[in-house]
Design a binder for this molecule. Structure first.
Ligand code: UD1
Ligand code: PEP
Length: 416
């Protein structure tokens, strides 16, 4: 299993190109199932999760042509309407094939994703919404079996805001008969990116970017071209890294209009930022200021940045408090950060961080994707050498993070 070895204490200087967004690319690739036409995508990130979803899509009979960050899909020859457990268990986003397969082919068999390190993560809202659209759904032997001759438009109010739930129902609604209204829809920029692709494929969607999506179903969708939006979580992760280590970096290929409250929090930390049309220059001198926050849905503070900000808080000049409201178990990084000398205690869904003058390198273990990123940041700020085990979590969602960071001066190597 690959590990990362990091010698801390190096300032970061130089340019980093941000990749396409994992959480936009995954639903967008699944949208290829909705049409027999060519869907030509660019800015598709080189991630393990992308490999997994492409493997899953190919198993259905979808034709995939890939040239690095350009991927063309053709769904003219889909024959297998199934997502097997072996692939779904490695990546929960596989559930995103359910809506498209059911809407276009009237049938789908998709393994239940189950929970993961950060929480139980049920998919009951996806199922509830599809049932409201007339699907007959049974669950047996760990699989969701869904059937509907033709999905029918419906008004769907989900119990909570769900990102992939909104995406699944949105994709299903594009080919349903009549009008679907998705109330309480997720407003994440990745949902908007998917909706924009669907419109380019001939879907009729109003309210894009709002909590009320209104979809008029069409008989069929056609091919389209689309560039996946830049990854705001990857970008903000690099900004946290420079906030923790000090330095002067320029992020390129960013989309600064899609950021959430995280950029404001970085200013509170003390990061000086110059925002260009698709670049962010970030400079940091001196010690980080502590920032307290609660994670919420977009445009609030993203849960996917909680751990990385906590890494910065561990060495900040004062105490802070972080409350996680989206997932019930997203503090797995706390114990590992404490191994590096951080002083963090938790009470329920709140973490109290003291802020210490220095961290010291140690052996730690990554438990999930963003926890891994937070340990990389903490290790780069720590004195001495840190060895991070189980970085396959990191590879799920970051494109060669160690290469990008070592190009700007971090001392970080992958040990095979
Ligand atoms: C591939 C992808 O885009 N992943 C993102 C997506 O995950 P994902 O779409 O899985 O997260 P959701 O927005 O669905 O989850 C929000 C909350 O709702 C709960 N819930 C959700 C659906 C459901 O049917 N029932 C239910 O109870 C979840 O357990 C969680 O507590 O949004 C999360 C929240 O921004 C991010 O952390 C993930 O990076
Ligand atoms: C939780 C995440 O992803 P996923 O929903 O794919 O597990 C994430 O990107 O931080």
């Amino acid at each position: 299993m690959d590990k990362l070895q990091i010698v801390g204490g190096k300032r970061l200087n130089g340019d980093i190109a941000v990749s396409g967004a994992k959480n936009a690319a995954l639903p967008i690739l699944c949208a290829g199932l909705l049409t027999a036409g060519d869907v030509a995508l660019s800015n598709v990130p080189r991630l393990h999760d992308v490999k997994t979803i492409l493997k899953l899509l190919e198993q259905t009979g979808l034709k995939v042509t890939r040239d690095d960050e350009n991927v063309t899909l053709n769904g003219a020859g889909i024959t297998r309407l199934e997502a097997p457990y072996e692939l779904v268990k490695t990546m929960r986003a596989s559930i995103l094939v359910l809506g498209p397969l059911l809407a276009r082919f009237g049938e789908a068999k998709v393994s239940l994703p189950g929970g993961c390190a950060i929480g139980s993560r049920p998919v009951d809202q996806h199922i509830k919404g599809l049932r409201q659209m007339g699907a007959e759904i049974t669950i047996e032997g760990g699989y969701i079996y869904a059937k509907a001759k033709k999905l029918k438009g419906a008004r769907i109010l989900t119990d909570m805001i769900t990102v992939t739930g909104t995406e699944n129902l949105l994709m299903a609604a594009t080919l349903a008969e009549g009008e679907t209204v998705l109330e309480n829809a997720a407003r994440e920029p990745e949902v908007t990116d998917l909706a924009n692709l669907l419109v380019a494929m001939g879907a009729r969607i109003d309210g894009i970017g709002t909590e009320r999506l209104v979809i008029q179903g069409v008989a069929e969708l056609h091919g389209a071209r689309h560039a996946v939006i830049s990854d705001r979580i990857e970008a903000a992760t690099f900004l946290c890294a420079v906030a923790a280590t000090g330095g002067d970096i320029v992020l390129t290929n960013t989309r600064t209009d899609i950021f959430d409250v995280a950029l404001d929090k970085l200013r509170e930390v003390g990061l000086q930022m110059e925002i260009g049309s698709n670049t962010i220059r970030a400079r940091m001198d001196g010690r980080a200021q502590p920032v307290s926050f609660r994670t919420t849905e977009y445009p609030g503070f993203p849960t996917d940045m909680q751990a990385q900000f906590m890494a910065v808080n561990t060495i900040a000049a004062g105490p802070s408090r972080v409350t996680e409201t989206i997932f019930e178990n997203r503090f797995m990084h706390v114990q590992e950060m404490n191994r590096l000398g951080a002083q963090i205690s938790t009470e329920g869904n709140t973490a109290f961080i003291k802020g210490v003058p220095r961290l010291a390198g140690a052996q730690v273990m990554a438990t999930d994707l963003r926890a891994s990123a937070s340990l990389v940041i903490a290790a780069m700020a720590a004195e001495g050498t840190t060895l991070i085990d189980r970085i396959y979590h990191l590879d799920r969602g970051y494109d060669r993070m160690e290469v990008k960071l070592s190009q700007v001066g971090a001392e970080i190597v992958r040990i095979k």
